[in-house]
Design a protein around this ligand. Structure first.
Ligand code: NA7
Length: 289
């Protein structure tokens, strides 16, 4: 299969690499030059990468980036043709996804929203979970490519529904981690040994894979980005926007955004979102390990 992969960030680069390893003919492009993928051809523009491809896969920061790649001066718009499929694995607002899909389908091409969960480690190990919306037959035709990059595909129906489901899941991740981070801050103030306390957490019903991974970061005081804080903040803004538009009330998330994410320093933006514990530690006058 001829595939164009656009966006070689933390998530995109290993995804493109796994498509190459599965035997696909892959052409890659990244806004900032210098990033490559072994076995893939490198293109100078999104349009050049997409020319002649059956599938164009995107994984970039936000809706502005997606829009630039699709419809900007060097965007794929000029080479779109009937039979082509555009898949977007960026996390953006469901409404933006639907807006982009309309313009792409007007040209006879198909659009699928397929945000992912699994972070850097999941992407590198081809263990991503794809959270998908779009035409069922098109989604079905993508199964071999999903299989090359991930372990599971969950289909949520029409365009934008993958994004909607992803926002709900990330909302839980943000709040769930915050529950850990506040408890962690408190027990350390109370003089409980954090390592010992984790023994209790792992033996109890509040244990989870997410807490386990992030707790290791908090205990070490090191936060290598599996999912960067700046991108979780972007997603929280998307959740709050979706809540306003749909009439949902998310009072705890609103406070998390204002009191934690807005307070994180510039030096924390590229760390994993587990670094939000540093904001709590600053407020409490404690310090990470
Ligand atoms: P990263 O590692 O921050 O990578 C972001 C990618 O998006 C990277 O390739 C950027 O190119 C690209 N980007 C950002 N803005 C633009 C614009 N305006 N035009 C073109 N390309 C752009 O993010 P992740 O890989 O962790 O995450 C990607 C998505 O998956 C995101 O939506 C997450 O929430 C989930 P650069 O190298 O900076 O030139």
């Amino acid at each position: 299969m001829k595939i164009a992969f656009l966006g070689l960030g933390i998530m995109g680069r290993p995804m493109a690499s796994n498509l190459v390893k599965a035997g696909n003919e892959v052409t890659v492009w990244n806004r900032t030059p210098g990033k490559t993928v072994a076995g893939a051809r490198l293109a100078a523009t999104p349009a050049e990468a997409a020319k002649g491809a059956g599938v164009v896969w995107l994984c970039v920061s936000d809706a502005k980036a997606v829009e630039a790649i699709l419809f900007g001066p060097e965007g794929i718009d000029s080479v779109l043709r009937a039979g082509m499929t555009v898949v977007d694995s960026s996390t953006i607002a469901p409404a933006d996804s639907r807006r982009f899909a309309q313009r792409i389908t007007a040209k006879g091409a198909a659009f699928v929203d397929a945000p992912v969960t699994g972070g850097k480690t999941g992407s590198e190990a081809a263990q991503l979970v794809f959270i998908v919306g779009g035409p069922a037959a098109t989604v079905e035709s993508l199964q071999p490519l999903f299989g090359a990059m991930g372990k599971k595909v969950i289909y949520f129906g029409e365009t934008g529904m993958g994004q909607a489901a992803k926002l709900g899941m990330n909302l839980m991740a943000a709040l769930y981690y915050e529950a850990f981070a506040e408890a962690f801050t408190l027990i350390r103030k109370l003089g409980v040994g954090a390592g010992k306390w984790m023994e209790l957490i792992r033996a109890s019903g509040v244990h989870s894979a997410l807490v386990d991974t992030k707790a290791r970061m908090a205990l070490a005081g090191e936060f290598p980005p599996n999912f960067p804080l700046r991108l979780m903040h972007k997603d929280i803004r998307l959740m709050l926007q979706a809540a306003r538009e749909s009439g949902a009330k998310l009072p705890v998330l609103e406070r998390l955004e204002q009191e934690i994410y807005q307070q994180a320093g510039a030096e924390q933006q590229n760390l994993d979102f587990a670094a939000t514990v540093l904001v709590l530690e600053k407020l409490a006058g404690t310090k990470s390990a």
